[in-house]
Write a protein that binds this ligand. Sequence first.
Ligand SMILES: [Zn+2]
Length: 336
Amino acid sequence: MNMKERFLKALKGEEVDKVPVVSVTQTAIVELMDQTGAAWPEAHSDAQKMADLAVASYEVCGLEGVRAPYCLTVLAEAMGCEVNMGTKNRQPSITGHPYPKGVDNLAMPDNLFEQGRIPAVMEAMKLMRDKVGDEVPIIAGMEGPITLASDLASVKKFMKWSIKKPEDFQTILDFACDACIEYANGLLEAGADVISVPDPVASPDLMAPDSFDKILKPVLQRFADGVNGPMVLHVCGNVTPILEMMAECHFESISIEEKVKDLAGAKAKVGDKVSICGNVSSPFTLLAGDEAKVKADSTRALEDGVDVLAPGCGIAPDTPVSNLKAMVEARDEYYA
Ligand SMILES: [Zn+2]
């Protein structure tokens, strides 16, 4: 079983010889930027640098997949948002929104795939495939429809519409979902094996579980149904109250943080509806912990039945290579 077969089977909840170790969330770290010469912010826009930095987490750290890009702003930018590109250790962020005034003039760009950094991301998918061949999975990351909708409207207006203008709220969600479907299918055509979708604005920290169930879940279901490949849904924070709902969004897998304290309980709750990726703490263990803590947390996740051993959320750029290697070693020792 090669790495790609193992990861795809694990995502579908099928039997594997060992649990794969893959980051389905942001993977770039400063140590690898220094080793490869491919650094942020250039690696967000330059296809070759984007690919080189992604491949390094596989070649140097031993992660069993290659993932790009490194932010949640590519589609938002292509749809008209303004972006601050950040620094070597700070991710890009949205600074301007095209539709804060309302949903009357929503316009899908012509030639979406020619907008902003989308051509670079598509090219990076091909460069990564050329570099790692067919037996290593390529994961394309992109913002989910809920986060995209809030970027298009601004978080403030998005939250306001969710309460005071439910029709406008639904309209912007549907518009964002259409764009996400088109973009995800484009990424698959460009060579991605899996689409990984962090959707942080869907977190129970921001949206009530009842809203997730009634309004966001149908949007995520339509997104997943419209995409022709396996997908992972990542929602930040303690998603314990919405685990069953996340499992019903038609994604193959869900990615959860360590804030979900009871991983074995989460596995029991979602049953065979989805697999689970996670949940080694990105800030507290991979960034701030030592190798012993990484191994202890990784072993616990494996014992609790995680399907893909992974960071709980995006890897912090200042995380040491040694801690990512320790996560892979922990898996190897678990099966030794
Ligand atoms: Zn997260």
